[in-house]
Design a protein around this ligand. Structure first.
Ligand SMILES: [Zn+2]
Length: 266
């Protein structure tokens, strides 16, 4: 089911010994969680274990953005917090349950993910392919919101919260584009100290699964699969076609500038 063998085995001596290896400045990942005490990962498990895959993806994102943000925007990347939770969670944006799906809270700069979302909602309800790469895309999208917070764009969504060309939709499409940008560089950006890229390969099949997932979480598809009328005026994230297009823009071009969804016709 989880075919995506995209992460190399780095558990050998001299490599990073296990995930999370970067807990150093208190900037790390809240794994273990309350419900999963002592959830320890090594990178081999990132191919089979959802929590370990999330953690490994956050590290790949750190590698890419720590390289690309200074190079493309002259800014230093600050890694967000990531909280893996089950059931309910308290955040600076209020209490939330896993029903809301993965989200980013700008107030505490924390990405919140209940791993059950992937199988139960993404695959089970919305018909996305069961795909490790697709899970990585979802994490990368949430990190896109963190970059928007750093760049000051995220607040735009509140001013114009719904509709197919609303600021809210543009914010979401831009996060998809930033996820694509991560995928563009993930297999070539060296790890810390010039080590191998954390992501070994991203196959055409992986990219296809990501695109199908982006389509599955388009507002039109969510509405129609829930038996509702497709109502563009209520959209907050954009259509399947828009989400596919903007992920691929980031993936093909690898450019923050190319992700200007505010300047583009959407
Ligand atoms: Zn989003």
């Amino acid at each position: 089911m989880e075919h995506s063998g995209v992460l190399p085995d780095r558990s050998g001596p001299g490599r990073r010994g296990g995930v999370p290896p970067r807990g150093r400045e208190g900037d790390g990942h809240d794994v273990p969680t309350e419900r999963e005490p002592g959830h320890q990962c090594d990178l081999r498990q990132a191919n089979t274990d959802t929590v370990c895959r999330i953690v490994a993806t956050t590290e790949s994102l750190e590698d890419v953005w720590s390289s690309e943000l200074p190079a493309q925007a002259g800014m230093r990347w600050v890694q967000p917090h990531t909280t893996v939770f089950t059931g309910d969670v308290d955040t600076a944006c209020g209490a939330a349950s896993s029903a809301v799906g993965p989200f980013y809270c700008p107030a505490d700069q924390d990405v919140y993910i209940d791993p059950a979302f992937f199988d139960e909602v993404l695959v089970g309800r919305l018909g996305a392919p069961p795909s490790g790469a697709a899970q990585m895309y979802v994490v990368a999208h949430e990190f896109g919101h963190h970059l928007q917070t750093m760049l000051g764009d995220i607040r735009r969504s509140q001013q114009d919260p719904r509709g197919p060309s609303s600021a809210a939709v543009r914010v979401e499409l831009q996060a998809d584009c930033y996820a694509g940008l991560w995928a563009h560089y993930a297999t070539s950006t060296p790890g810390p100290g010039g080590g191998d890229p954390l992501l070994e390969s991203l196959t055409d099949e992986d990219v296809d699964e990501i695109v199908r997932t982006a389509e599955a979480i388009g507002d039109d598809h969510i509405q129609s699969s829930g038996g509702a009328r497709v109502d563009p005026g209520s959209w907050t994230h954009g259509s399947s076609q828009m989400r596919r297009q903007w992920f691929l823009t980031g993936y093909d071009q690898g450019s923050i500038r190319a992700c200007d969804t505010f300047g583009a016709r959407v």
